[in-house]
Design a protein around this ligand. Structure first.
Ligand SMILES: Cc1cc2nc3c(=O)[nH]c(=O)nc-3n(C[C@H](O)[C@H](O)[C@H](O)COP(=O)(O)O)c2cc1C
Length: 210
């Protein structure tokens, strides 16, 4: 298992640069600009994103055609949107409210998962992200029909605490937690999981008949 190694580093170069410039360094986002050009700054790109109208379903169909490879639409919470993602030719969707960051009071993605799986689970790979903090969270999502989960903040917590080693440690904790939960449930593999493995309180799953 990777060992957690706290990383404390003094970086006089950062201080010197800050003293010289009198402003915080801006991050660059090289993947958003042409290959050889100076990359847009993070805040520049963010401002442009905020000012750009959200993509339409026909934009996604166009993008799908341009790309030609595996194509996941992230941020699906409703069965009707899940069906549209199938229609534009996506190969996967992630049931997600983007970690609850974009719109207050959106339902947790795990509550949206069963309705989406019912609607399109046999036509497209359904993943889930949002709120995965321990192995048993992974198991709950898989039992409710997700093919896989993604994590956001858990990996960042690890990175803040211990850099690359901290992220590895988070993945190891999750992996270990999945194994322990499977053991507790009496299963040899995640492929044996089904909704019968968990108790879902009445009204928990959001079954929007749309
Ligand atoms: C710092 C940060 C930045 C994020 N930026 C984006 C983004 O630009 N686009 C996006 O779709 N989701 C973004 N997300 C949401 C994640 O992709 C993901 O949906 C979310 O973190 C999953 O929830 P979790 O953090 O509880 O695991 C961001 C999340 C964090 C923590």
């Amino acid at each position: 298992m990777a060992r957690y190694a706290p990383q404390v580093a003094l970086r006089p170069g950062y201080l010197a640069r800050w003293l010289r410039s009198r402003s915080l360094p801006d991050l660059g986002v090289p993947n958003l600009g042409p290959r050889e050009a100076t990359p847009p700054t993070f805040f520049g790109a963010y401002g442009q994103w905020i000012g750009t109208p959200p993509p339409t379903w026909s934009d996604l169909a166009w993008l799908r055609e341009q790309w030609g490879g595996p194509f996941m639409v992230k941020g699906i919470t409703r069965p009707d949107d899940a069906r549209r993602a199938v229609d534009v030719g996506a190969s996967a969707i992630s049931v997600s409210n983007h970690g609850g960051n974009n719109l207050d009071s959106t339902p947790a993605s795990i509550r949206c998962l069963p309705g989406v799986v019912d609607a399109v689970g046999d036509q497209i790979e359904v993943l889930l992200d949002g709120g995965i903090r321990r192995g048993s969270d992974v198991v709950k999502a898989l039992a409710l029909g997700a093919r896989a989960v993604m994590i956001g903040r858990a990996s960042l917590f690890g990175m803040a605490a211990g850099g690359e080693c901290g992220v590895t440690n988070v993945l190891e904790i999750l992996r270990q937690g999945v194994s322990e939960t499977l053991l507790g449930l009496g299963h040899a593999s995640i492929h044996e999981l089904s909704p019968e493995d968990i108790l879902v309180p009445a009204g928990f799953a959001i079954d929007q008949k749309v």
